[in-house]
Design a binder for this molecule. Structure first.
Ligand SMILES: C[S@@+](CC[C@H](N)C(=O)[O-])C[C@H]1O[C@@H](n2cnc3c(N)ncnc32)[C@H](O)[C@@H]1O
Length: 214
């Protein structure tokens, strides 16, 4: 387990969540992870980066099927849970405490795919998101996959809470951006959009995106 977390938002809200429930998002992999895994298998993906992995419900699906995963999250509690699972099950996961608003700690052209589920809709400014997409592009191999899901305007929580930043709402202490299609398109500079769909994973509504570095 590695630690490089810094910055004013240090994952305390999420630490509380994971302390009160070690498997807050459930033990089973998400539907989105299953979809991406099929695509990874067909394309011989061997090494991936997972951003905002949480307690690792999706990480463990990928790793149990032989994919090497670098898993980052700024919640040290989430990473401790994932570290324990990794050791117990002897999985090819490297869990790392890391705030992705900093440059990613990986070399250029290192991963076959970058994956994140319900993560880019956390409290990131548009500038931070653009920086993160340029970093994802840097660490991906040529034609590497960029899989992600984000909450959208059809989510039943959209419009609730208090606006705390441009496009970001605080709903019961969770700070969330609800994406439009245009915001997604704008982030995909240097990527080819392969497919975009919509999925309801109660209680959230998501855009799910498969794209590829060009
Ligand atoms: C909605 S949860 C999703 C967790 C996991 N992807 C899943 O679906 O089970 C978002 C995760 O992003 C992490 N996170 C939020 N902001 C972050 C940041 N700036 N850097 C790294 N992780 C962050 C949180 O700690 C949390 O675990």
């Amino acid at each position: 387990m590695e630690s490089q977390a810094k910055g004013k938002h240090n994952g305390e809200v999420w630490n509380k969540v994971y302390k009160s429930d070690n498997a807050f998002f459930g033990q089973d992999a998400s539907n989105f992870a299953l979809l991406c895994f099929n695509h990874m298998k067909m394309n011989n993906v061997r090494r991936i980066l997972e951003l905002g992995a949480g307690h690792g419900r999706d990480t463990t699906l990928f790793a149990s099927n032989g994919i090497e995963v670098e898993a980052v999250d700024y919640s040290n509690v989430a990473i401790q849970i994932l570290d324990k699972i990794t050791k117990e099950k002897k999985l090819p996961i490297t869990p790392r405490i890391f705030d992705v608003r900093r440059a990613l700690p990986f070399p250029d052209s290192y991963f076959d795919a970058v994956y994140s589920h319900m993560f880019l809709n956390m409290r990131f400014s548009l500038d931070e998101l653009h920086f993160l997409f340029s970093e994802k592009r840097r660490v991906l191999k040529q034609k590497g996959f960029n899989f992600f899901s984000v909450r959208n305007h059809n989510d039943k929580s959209y419009g609730e809470g208090v606006q705390i930043d441009k496009g970001i709402y605080d709903i019961n202490g969770f700070q969330i951006r609800f994406f439009t299609e245009k915001e997604i398109q704008d982030l995909l500079e240097g990527f080819e959009m392969l497919w975009m769909g919509e999925e309801n994973e109660e209680p959230v509504n998501l855009y799910i995106v498969f794209s590829k570095k060009i």
